[in-house]
Design a protein. Structure first.
Length: 224
């Protein structure tokens, strides 16, 4: 029993000897850990300083079209008639003269003629009845001849006088003029225009580029 209680007594003695009235107590393991304060930001230039120069001027080539004028002449062609000779001549002219001529013709002439036709008319007729032997009146068609006037056309040959135009060739005195075409070549003043390309340089001001924002800095340093 004495041997088993020695370690427990030794541990209690050490705890009592290490504790003092002015010493603070250790925090309990159940307390949450305290947050670390943020790292201080160093004063000075940014991690990626902007180094841009002043605006500059750049020469840009450009082609200019220039018009050049020069006095010159142009050919002018004129076509005209020129009389070569004149001589008397006779011209032919077609005319017409009227002539009366007799031509045969056929003419239709009407005439009135009378024609007879037979017509039947129903009239009362006295007859003896064969059954009774007495006289009786019976209606029977009776033929009658009637005269009708009609118009008949006869073809009669006749002669007619007509006026016709006969062509006649007439000769008239005239003057024959012989002409020819002549081409005159002249010149007139004109302006000749030519176009030439000239290379010139235009000066253009190029502004500096926009500044690049600096990279964010980490507490341990700047990463490039």
């Amino acid at each position: 029993m004495i041997t088993r209680s020695l370690p427990a007594l030794l541990a209690a003695t050490l705890l009592l000897a290490g504790a003092s009235p002015g010493q603070e107590k250790l925090p309990s393991p159940e307390a949450p850990p305290q947050a670390l304060p943020p790292a201080p930001v160093p004063d000075g230039p940014a991690c990626a300083p902007d180094c841009h120069g002043p605006p500059r001027t750049v020469a840009v080539p450009r082609v200019h079209i220039v018009e050049r004028q020069e006095a010159t002449t142009l050919p002018e062609l004129k076509l005209r008639e020129e009389v070569v000779s004149r001589c008397p001549a006779t011209t032919l002219e077609v005319g017409f003269r009227e002539e009366r001529r007799v031509v045969p013709d056929v003419e239709l002439r009407p005439r009135v003629v009378e024609q007879c036709v037979t017509c039947y008319t129903t009239r009362p007729v006295k007859e003896v009845d064969p059954c009774t032997g007495k006289a009786c009146i019976v209606h029977k068609p009776v033929p009658e001849v009637k005269t009708v006037k009609v118009t008949v056309y006869d073809r009669v040959p006749v002669e007619r006088v007509v006026v016709v135009r006969v062509p006649v060739v007439k000769e008239n005195p005239a003057e024959l003029v012989v002409k020819r075409l002549v081409l005159d070549v002249n010149t007139v003043p004109a302006i000749r225009k030519t176009y030439e390309g000239i290379f010139l340089k235009d000066h253009v001001d190029v502004p500096p580029p926009a500044p690049v924002p600096p990279l964010p800095c980490l507490p341990s340093g700047c990463h490039k």
